[in-house]
Design a protein around this ligand. Structure first.
Ligand code: ATP
Ligand code: MG
Length: 260
């Protein structure tokens, strides 16, 4: 059985892309077949997997979604790239923003990405979707395709208000389009253990959401080693195998596997 997890938070820079690549590669290291999908026009996931200029790629998620909108047949492996650390990925780039605008007038505009993902499900154990920092149509497409949503929250800002809106949107998609949709959990990222602030945020999250939403036991520490990997094109397991961030993403991987 394939599990589809969207990594989402409309707040920018909270660690969505870093989590998508390192959880994905973590799952692949555990022997799982993994497809990562870059659903962000910034192409950060694509870049962090070693493609230096995502905008020069010819076949991306935008190409695939356009083909589906035009009712064209595509082979399941079409345009999928492979990373040296054992994950496949469907790249994304700037063309997704044009596609997002054109979705407005499309029949079944919420389910275009789901049509693609349904084709991939028998080829993978996990499909992770890196969402853009917005709750626009492409993100709604990701929620419509997903079994669950993993929400990274940066430990350095008070997340309550933005999270409320996110959880509301997830609830709406669940009620109206995708009844099986669940929240995988809230993941605290960029935790600076030298301050008490992270603990305050963590307590605040538990107080406000603990009864409704699972909060991952593992959080991801702040480390410049993690910030370096987007330019390196490799995972934290390769860049800094003995560091605290590698070990945190490894533990997160185990937690996610435990949810199977
Ligand atoms: P966006 O909303 O723009 O898509 P994002 O939520 O995907 O952003 P990332 O790109 O993963 O967030 O991370 C934002 C920045 O923080 C990046 O420069 C990344 O390298 C850095 N970063 C991610 N995780 C950590 C960490 N644990 N410690 C320090 N820096 C980190
Ligand atoms: Mg990102």
């Amino acid at each position: 059985m394939c599990k589809v997890i969207a990594i989402a938070n409309q707040k920018g820079g909270v660690g969505k892309t870093t989590t998508t690549s390192n959880l994905g590669i973590g799952l692949a290291k555990q022997g799982k077949k993994v497809l990562l999908i870059d659903a962000d026009a910034q192409g950060s996931l694509t870049a962090s997997l070693g493609i230096q200029e995502p905008d020069r790629l010819e076949i991306t998620l935008a190409t695939i979604m356009a083909a589906i909108i035009n009712d064209e047949e595509i082979k399941p492996e079409y345009g999928i790239l492979r990373h040296e650390e054992g994950v496949d990925f469907m790249p994304g780039n700037i063309e997704l923003s044009g596609l997002e605008t054109s979705l407005v007038n499309v029949m079944s505009r919420e389910t275009v990405l789901r049509t693609y993902i349904e084709q991939q499900k028998d080829r993978y154990d996990y499909i992770l979707i890196d969402c853009m920092p917005s709750l626009g149509m492409i993100t709604i497409n990701a929620f419509t395709s997903a079994d669950s949503i993993l929400i990274p929250v940066q430990a350095a800002y008070l997340p309550v208000k933005g999270l409320e809106q996110l959880i509301k949107t997830i609830g709406k998609v669940k009620r109206q389009i995708n009844p099986k949709l669940e929240i995988e959990g809230i993941l605290l990222t960029m935790v600076d253990n030298r301050t008490n602030y992270a603990r305050d945020i963590s307590n605040l999250l538990i107080e406000n959401y603990g009864s409704r939403v699972r909060i991952f036991e593992n959080s991801i520490p702040m480390s410049v080693r993690a910030a370096e990997i987007s330019a390196e094109g490799v995972s934290i397991y390769k860049h800094d195998p003995n560091g605290k961030v590698a070990s945190a993403y490894q533990s997160l991987t185990e937690e996610v596997l435990g949810n199977e």
